[in-house]
Design a protein around this ligand. Sequence first.
Ligand SMILES: [Zn+2]
Length: 320
Amino acid sequence: MFYFERDLFIPEIDLWIDSKRVKPFGFISHGHTDHIARHKKILCSEPTAEFVKKRVKSTSFHTLKFGEEHPIGDYRISLHPAGHILGSAQIRILKNGQSLLYTGDFRLGNSRTVESFEYVPSDILIMETTFGKSQYRMPPREQVEDELIELCASLLKQNKTPVIFAYSLGKGQEALKILSDAGLPVAVDEAIERYVSVYKENGVSFGHYETFDRYDFQGRVLLLPVNFRFQKFFKNLFNGYTIYLSGWGMDQWAENRFRVDKVLPLSDHADYYQLFELVEKLKPKEIYCTHGFPQFVQELKAAGYQAKTLENSSQSELDL
Ligand SMILES: [Zn+2]
């Protein structure tokens, strides 16, 4: 049913999945740049199409609503929320009652700007396992949100400038919502603000915020893209306190690695325990892991699952 050689491919329907190389027909799971290419025809969710249009020159799109079934030959295809960023989709591919599910980047549980993850039973599960080590147990989301709000409020009180670095798509809008809903004065950079309209069109509302202005930013929380942390302007900011939002904040020395004062583990990926939770709920016949640590595959095997790393020449042993 599938074949992997640098990219995931469904030969019978000529569909490439999250390929970074341009293909005639490609599914894009979500709008992060490491998953997109300007395929001739792109299959994706509606919000993802809007994000991709802002990132690549125009091409043709086939969008599906979540849960809508699309037949291609003997196959039926549907997209389901992955809980990673707005519009992020898992793809289920069905043939003769047997199914393959590709999660793409995913996270279980709720967040403020993302559709909640949907559990979709499947025979073959291809899953993203970035945080597949037991040390990665993310604190509850509300706790991280509270910590972020309290830290920023207390810095402002001390006449310091909180400078938050977040990915311009996904984490940036999530942080903007958390901070603006809390009534904090926020100045957001254009690189993050340019995607906000897509969120609003999809029913996500935000509190008051301003556009970041290099010449007038005192008294605000600054919300900026991650690459800004290398700019001298922010490194040398008088009374500045830098914060990075990442699941890797669980690591010791995360502050040294990201060169900031504080890393808060606001993650848009499943942690180790959520990875196991997914597998235990779906009980797939075969599991293929992408990203993460080889040890996780061994742990799945020890738990009785038929698991492998998705690698070159991987293909399903199930005859679908
Ligand atoms: Zn992603």
